[in-house]
Design a binder for this molecule. Structure first.
Ligand SMILES: [Zn+2]
Length: 236
């Protein structure tokens, strides 16, 4: 086990081409980390892994605890070795994350931010699972649902990837959330922080795993990287 490695299953280009097969089970993913974010086969909800437990926020906004055999299309995971950074009050999430990036000189680094505490407001997104043959990503986008809560306590896990890696992953911050009482969660769109404790973990290595046993992946044309920018905001 290494605290220096960020493990990623699949890549974002694959999602943008509608390759939504699950290519790793939760059990196998957990061998690469006990903390993470991702999505299930067919964009089956939004996932967050905290303390080695996988949670799915489904398209009704309900939180389910996942079993070992749950199939995952895309995920980032690592072993929790967060260091306490600072306390944060009264700021929106975007400003908070960018301030943290400045503070740790993180522009060219892969790192994770964990925030725990109270949020004045948070808006998240999840999606209804699509089945094969998978629809276009625009259609998948139509299956997405947004949820908002006020005055909620929970954990936000975010990964930052340098701009250089857009397409391989989501360049910039990619954040998922889960309330302590499981009342809301998902892919974070906006948030206003009341008071949170901020932790960071910097990775020396980025380990990206390709689904080499997946027929569709092997035979896909993933060379159109321009396509990605137009859809990346809507799919992960
Ligand atoms: Zn996401």
């Amino acid at each position: 086990m290494s605290h220096n490695i960020l493990f990623q299953q699949g890549n974002m280009q694959l999602l943008s081409e509608g390759l939504l097969d699950g290519t790793i089970t939760l059990k196998e993913l957990l061998s690469h980390g006990n903390t993470g974010i991702g999505t299930g086969e067919g964009i089956d909800g939004e996932l967050i892994i905290i303390d080695g437990v996988g949670y799915k926020i489904n398209h009704h906004g309900e939180t389910e605890i996942l079993n070992d055999s749950f199939n995952i299309t895309f995920a980032d995971t690592h072993f929790d070795h967060y260091q306490l950074l600072t306390e944060v009050d009264d700021v929106n999430l975007t400003t908070c994350l960018n301030d943290i990036k400045q503070l740790i000189s993180g522009n060219n680094l892969f790192f994770s931010v964990k925030l725990h505490g109270n949020f004045k407001q948070i808006t998240t997104r999840s999606a209804k699972k699509s089945v094969k043959p998978y629809p276009s990503l625009e259609k998948v986008g139509e299956n997405q649902v947004e949820f908002t809560a006020k005055n909620v306590t929970g954990t936000l896990i975010s990964y930052y990837s340098p701009m250089l890696y857009q397409g391989v992953t989501v360049a910039g911050f990619h954040s998922h959330f889960l309330a302590d009482d499981l009342s809301i969660g998902g892919h974070v769109l906006t948030a206003e922080i009341d008071h949170v404790t901020a932790y960071t973990q910097i990775f020396r290595s980025f380990l990206q795993s390709n689904p080499i046993d997946d027929f569709d992946f092997i035979h896909a044309d993933l060379s159109d990287i321009n396509k990605l920018d137009t859809v990346i905001k809507n799919v992960e």
